[in-house]
Design a protein around this ligand. Structure first.
Ligand SMILES: C[S@@+](CC[C@H](N)C(=O)[O-])C[C@H]1O[C@@H](n2cnc3c(N)ncnc32)[C@H](O)[C@@H]1O
Length: 282
């Protein structure tokens, strides 16, 4: 951590005890101690309402309803057979979006989560919401899991991807997916927290022209994560210190993106919605 930011990391690294560990446990105890639990069971909206109520007093890093609305609109539009999210935490977005995917005729929702304890909490809440057979939580780092999903042939195209995990990995994971040919015309990406805490390298990339990306790719893949303009607290969260991406790649600069910001009124943060609309051959 640099001298500019001496506060503890927002979300602790592996092996460190964090406020979130305590909070997620309190959330679980509070939910499962409820006398009206049988009325909540099997009802995604009621489980979400409980997490929202808990968040009023205990800050939770969930996407929330206001920004979530933009992703729900995308689900209604894209109707993905498989939707993938990077970063599950306690399963709020997995319940909100998984339920919407199921109602839109989808087959499955894959949620990738690094922290096995949070994944366990999420599994309990997903089960409570009645979504356990639809939502699968895959524990491990996202780049390794995405690579495995590609190699096993389990995922052949990204239909709709919600990105909400380690901020420096937004761009490296996108490039990994491009490298494997999983981003194709029609693929849609929704990236959270692009204004707060912010993700300038990701925004610059998805808003670049093919020519700009080709020019940048001439330098070859960057070593490690590009953390330019990112807050220290975002860089020093979640992943072990000195971690490097699983695959070094420039991705596929020939993919044409259309990208726009969706910001709820009065919110300091926003979601970047990016659509792959073509491939520009050299
Ligand atoms: C902001 S929270 C996700 C919130 C969740 N999407 C929601 O709205 O309810 C970020 C999550 O990403 C997870 N995470 C961080 N880095 C990761 C990585 N490299 N691979 C998988 N998950 C990661 C963290 O453990 C944390 O649970």
């Amino acid at each position: 951590m640099s001298a500019r930011d001496v506060s503890p990391p927002a979300h602790a690294r592996p092996g460190q005890r964090s406020d979130e560990d305590d909070r997620t446990r309190r959330l679980l105890r509070w939910v499962f101690a409820r006398k009206d639990l049988d009325e909540v069971r099997g009802n995604p909206d009621k489980v979400l309402a409980l997490i929202d109520e808990f968040s009023e007093t205990e800050r939770m890093m969930t996407v929330g309803q206001a920004k979530g609305k933009y992703v729900l609109d995308l689900i209604n539009e894209v109707k993905p057979g498989t939707m993938i999210e990077l970063g599950c935490f306690v399963g709020y977005s997995a319940i909100l979006f998984g339920d919407a995917c199921r109602r839109n005729g989808g087959q499955r929702y894959l949620s990738l989560e690094l922290n096995p304890e949070w994944a366990a909490v999420a599994n309990m809440l997903v089960e409570l919401a009645g979504l356990r057979s639809f939502v699968t939580i895959l524990v491990g780092r996202s780049d390794v899991t995405l690579d495995k999903l590609y190699r096993t042939g389990d995922v052949k195209k990204i239909e709709l991807l919600f990105i909400d995990h380690y901020k420096p990995a937004y761009l490296t994971d996108l490039r990994l997916l491009e490298h494997h040919g999983l981003i194709q015309p029609g693929s849609v990406l929704a990236a959270d927290n692009v204004l707060h805490p912010g993700n300038p390298p990701y925004l610059e990339y998805v808003r670049s022209t093919v020519e700009e990306k080709r020019e940048a790719a001439k330098k070859g893949p960057s070593k490690g994560y590009n953390v330019e303009g990112m807050r220290d607290r975002a860089v020093n969260s979640f992943m072990p210190e000195g971690d490097v991406p699983f695959l070094e790649t420039v991705g596929n600069p020939n993919l044409v993106y259309q990208s726009e910001l969706r910001q709820p009124e009065g919110h300091r943060d926003a979601i970047e919605v990016t659509r792959c609309v073509g491939v520009q051959e050299a």
